[in-house]
Design a binder for this molecule. Structure first.
Ligand SMILES: N[C@@H](CCC(=O)N[C@@H](CS)C(=O)NCC(=O)O)C(=O)O
Length: 349
């Protein structure tokens, strides 16, 4: 554990009464996670494909695998995770009170959240580029956003969804009444019971929710995309050690995909890299040379631990959102930059 130290910023005129204290070198939550030997990860738990509590009692999904990758890197074991289901309004408070170490919960990265004057959290890299959409019933004959004039729209409270809905409709001078709920299940129930002409959320959540309907084909997502919703994991602001580690775990998942290193071949790659000193960048990435892990407070072979347990980003994506999954979503923007998508890792050097 490192010592706490504080820097005081004091204006001359306010010397005694209002010194702003900035914690410059606090104990990292990463140390606490290691001492506890368990990562407490805040998830939704209600979104198939992202984080969903199965009847087996296990959580599954892309967001869940991000928690697993963190546990593999931080603790050497992807099973050492306690999942804490959180509603949208609860999530930032849970980080602030220390109830969870991280949130990996379909959370949009934006300025108000990622700033000291806002929610005071620090986001990791975007793990799913999403956008807000509207789901309507086929029988409603609603084809266009203008058909929603003077209608009720079901929306989750404490979300970016609520604000975007207001911005988008107000800018287009379309009237609507928001019917607000605490979580996705309630939004879905309101919509299916006919309280609203449409439900709105991230398009991934709409697809996930629709996959659980009795007749999914009787509902469709309008073509309008109301916003950018870059979804990313987050930790409490001001803890650089934890946020660095979180960031580079995600980049390792992207980078492994870029290099074609996956769960099946990572051990062979490691064997070849150990045997050949000329494979310099591979040796660095897999932790043989360069000491990259120790710069993050992790073991130098943290990448091998991650990829051996969760696989690379594309393996995670395909498991939960690929064409053979229950919630197939084309990769689109969520492809690696090597395939025309937006996912790119800075160099692990
Ligand atoms: N990405 C948006 C919306 C995410 C969100 O949490 N949406 C609501 C749905 S309306 C929700 O709670 N979904 C999952 C759940 O119910 O657990 C944000 O970060 O605010």
């Amino acid at each position: 554990m490192r010592k706490l130290s504080f820097t005081f910023l004091c204006g001359l005129s306010t010397l005694i009464t209002s010194c702003a204290s900035i914690e410059s070198n606090s104990v990292s939550r990463l140390d606490l996670i290691k001492q506890r030997d368990e990562l407490i990860c805040g998830v939704s738990g209600k979104i198939p494909g992202f984080s969903f509590l199965q009847s087996s009692g296990k959580y599954e999904g892309l967001d869940v695998d991000i928690c697993k990758a963190m546990a593999a890197a931080f603790l050497g074991d992807s099973n050492k995770v306690k999942y804490r289901p959180l509603t949208a309004p609860e999530r930032f408070t849970a980080l602030k009170t220390g109830e969870v170490d991280l949130i990996s919960r379909n959370t949009t990265f934006n300025l108000s959240r990622d700033s000291v004057g806002g929610n005071g959290v620090t986001f990791g890299p975007v793990i799913f580029h999403d956008g807000q959409g509207l789901l309507v019933k086929e029988e409603s004959n609603i084809k266009d956003i203008k058909d929603l004039n003077n209608k009720n729209i079901c929306v989750g409270s404490g979300t970016t969804t609520e604000q975007n809905l207001n911005d988008y409709f107000q800018e287009r001078r379309i009237n609507y009444t928001p019917i607000k709920y605490q979580d996705l299940n309630q939004v879905v129930a309101g919509y299916l019971q006919g309280r609203c002409a449409a439900m709105t959320s991230d398009r991934s959540q709409l697809a996930a929710a629709r996959s659980g309907f009795t007749k999914p084909n009787k509902h469709y997502i309008l073509s309008d995309v109301l916003s950018k919703e870059p979804l990313a994991p987050a930790s409490l602001g001001g803890d650089q050690e934890l946020s660095d580690a979180m960031r580079w775990v995600i980049y390792a998942l992207f980078n492994a995909e870029e290099l074609g290193i996956n769960k099946d071949n990572v051990q062979n790659k490691l064997t070849s890299a150990k045997a050949d000193v000329n494979l310099t960048s591979l040796r660095r990435f897999l932790g043989i040379d360069g000491g990259l892990g120790s710069k993050l407070g992790l073991s130098n072979d943290f990448v091998v631990k991650i990829i051996s347990s969760t696989g690379n980003y594309s393996e995670i994506y395909n498991r939960h959102l690929g064409p053979d999954s229950n919630v197939p979503i084309p990769r689109g923007l969520n492809n690696s930059y090597t395939k025309g998508g937006l996912l790119i890792s800075p160099p692990l050097k």
